[in-house]
Write a protein of this length. Structure first.
Length: 202
C-alpha cells in the first residue's frame, strides 16, 4: 500500500485498538489463478508473541475451500470523507479524500470443528452479554454450518490520511469544516481525528 511518511502509522497498540474498534474487514486470498474475498468480523488473539486475527465463514461460502495457508491480506477501511479545496487557506489546493486504512499481510488457515466452536462462542461473548446462556447443542449445530479461520499476521500497513501533511492552519480549517458539517461522514471523520489526534499530528 502506498503510504507517504506523514500518513504512516506504526504503533502496534494503536493498530490493534483500531482493529478492535472496526472489526469488520475484507479477507483476500489467492489460489492458483483465482482471487477470493469475503467480508468478515474479526477479533484479535496474541499467542506467544504472535498476532492472529480470527473469524469464521459460512460453510456455503466456497471461499474457505481455496484457503490453503497461502499468502493473504485483510483490508480495513473506515472513517472516510471528501475534502473540498475550499477547506484550506492555501490558494492553490486540490480536493482530496481523507481516510483511515489498514492492510494486514499474513497467512490464513482453516480451523477444525472444535476450534470453530470456540470461535463462535468467543464472537457471541464479544457481541452479546458475557452472561449469554450458551446452548452447547446450538453451538455444535452452528459449527457444522460455519468454517473457522485463523490469520497469522506478518506485517501491518496502516495509513491515517487526514491532511496532516499540510500547514497547521490548513489542518485546523479542515477540522472546523468537518465539525460544522451536517454530513454524517464528515462528522464521523472529525470524531475519529479527535480521538487519534496525538498519532495523526506527530
Amino acid at each position: 500500500m502506498y503510504i507517504p511518511e506523514a500518513f504512516h502509522i506504526e504503533d502496534e497498540e494503536l493498530i490493534l485498538e483500531y482493529i478492535k474498534e472496526r472489526e469488520f474487514a475484507n479477507l483476500i486470498t489467492s489460489s492458483g489463478d483465482k482471487i477470493e474475498n469475503s467480508h468478515l468480523p474479526f477479533y484479535v488473539e496474541k499467542v506467544q508473541g504472535k498476532t492472529f486475527l480470527i473469524a469464521h465463514l459460512a460453510r456455503a461460502n466456497r471461499h474457505w475451500e481455496t484457503i490453503n495457508n497461502g499468502i493473504s491480506i485483510i483490508s480495513f477501511l473506515s472513517n472516510d470523507t471528501y475534502i473540498s479545496h475550499t477547506a484550506y487557506d492555501t490558494k492553490v489546493s486540490v480536493p482530496t479524500w481523507n481516510y483511515a486504512a489498514l492492510t494486514i499481510h499474513g497467512k490464513c488457515h482453516i480451523l477444525n470443528e472444535e476450534e470453530t466452536q470456540k470461535v463462535i462462542i468467543k464472537l457471541l461473548k464479544i457481541h452479546e452479554s458475557e452472561q449469554h446462556n450458551i446452548d452447547t447443542s446450538l453451538i455444535e449445530e452452528l459449527s457444522k454450518l460455519t468454517v473457522g479461520i485463523k490469520f497469522e499476521v506478518t506485517k501491518f500497513e496502516c495509513k491515517f490520511k487526514f491532511s496532516q501533511n499540510r500547514s497547521q492552519d490548513d489542518f485546523l480549517n479542515m477540522l472546523k469544516k468537518l465539525k460544522n458539517s451536517d454530513n454524517n461522514d464528515d462528522i464521523n471523520t472529525y470524531n475519529f481525528i479527535e480521538k487519534y489526534k496525538k498519532y495523526i499530528q506527530k
